[in-house]
Design a protein around this ligand. Structure first.
Ligand SMILES: O=C(O)CCC(=O)C(=O)O
Length: 293
């Protein structure tokens, strides 16, 4: 947890305050302590009347709650936000592929797809993506200042999966980005699928195979937050073997997602994201996406 998030959790604070002047004993010596010079004394850490010198300080400003991360685990349709850009929607279908079919598809794709490690660029510096990828589609796909070339020869297993995903989702897709996370150290950083070539409000259908990984989402902060994600809403979606997740509406405009590295060992995982790529970016649309690593 960042220092800022940690600090924001502290509700007020306990502090040692300057002791108030000790109670002066009335003639006869009842109450308080009087030193040998006759001046009133107090014991360290006390008021001199037995009360503690430590007191609770109310925070000066109202405490701002950090929203708890919400899990989404059950099959269903979820309206995750509504705003000026429209409604953001998820549809989660665990067990979209039955276990035996998912096992077979995983081993075919793991062995037969042309996996490679892509080089991206950030501020002119090259870096290797922490995962392997391959791309299918009539058009090339560019993100993080690096292009995956058009690859119209779909693997037959992928063509069949595309058809099934299209039937169930009611959307059509002309492209597919395949990710292979070799183990728990492979990851994809915060980003949204909002490259201009995807058009406005793209539908993304994401099919997971292999070991379960946590798909995290965070809402983009309001403009007055100046890009600070400390207080934004967060979702956590475990994506298990054979699960289909659909992201629709304003999800890519209003939310980011990631698959973080894990501290525990994880087996390999394949993620297939079906999308539709357009030849020309719609005019006048500024992309709003983080660089993904
Ligand atoms: O692996 C996943 O579940 C997410 C992949 C992803 O975010 C992407 O391909 O843009």
């Amino acid at each position: 947890m960042s220092d800022k998030r940690q600090r924001a959790r502290v509700q007020g604070s306990w502090a040692a305050s300057r002791p108030k002047p000790a109670f002066r004993a009335p003639a006869g010596g009842a109450g308080g302590f009087v030193g040998s010079n006759g001046a009133p004394q107090s014991l360290p850490g006390s008021w001199g009347d037995g009360r503690s010198a430590f007191e609770f300080h109310q925070p000066a400003k109202p405490v701002r709650e950090i929203p708890a991360e919400k899990p989404i685990e059950k099959a269903g349709d979820y309206e995750i936000s509504q705003g000026p850009s429209g409604v953001s929607r998820l549809r989660l279908l665990p067990g979209f592929l039955p276990q035996a079919e998912a096992d077979w598809v995983f081993s075919k794709l793991f062995a037969e797809l042309p996996w490679s490690q892509k080089t991206n660029f950030k501020q002119g510096e090259a870096y290797e993506e922490p995962r392997l990828t391959c791309w299918y589609g009539e058009l090339p796909y560019t993100y993080s200042h690096s292009t995956m070339q058009a690859n119209p020869q779909w693997h037959p297993v992928l063509s069949d999966l595309r058809e099934t995903v299209e039937q169930v989702s009611g959307h059509s897709f002309n492209s597919l980005l395949c990710n292979l996370y070799r183990d728990g150290k492979d990851s994809i950083a915060w980003h949204s699928d909002s490259e201009p070539s995807l058009g406005r409000h793209p539908v993304i259908a994401s099919l997971s195979l292999g070991d379960t990984r946590c798909f995290s989402m965070r809402k983009n902060p309001a403009p007055e937050e100046n890009g600070d994600y400390t207080y934004v809403e967060r979702l956590r979606i475990p994506l298990s073997h054979g699960t289909l997740l659909l992201m629709e509406g304003a999800t890519q405009e209003d939310w980011q997602h990631q698959v973080a590295k894990e501290y525990h060992d994880r087996g390999p995982r394949i993620n297939l994201t079906f999308r539709t790529i357009y030849p020309e970016p719609p005019a006048g649309r500024a992309p709003r996406h983080g660089p993904r690593s």
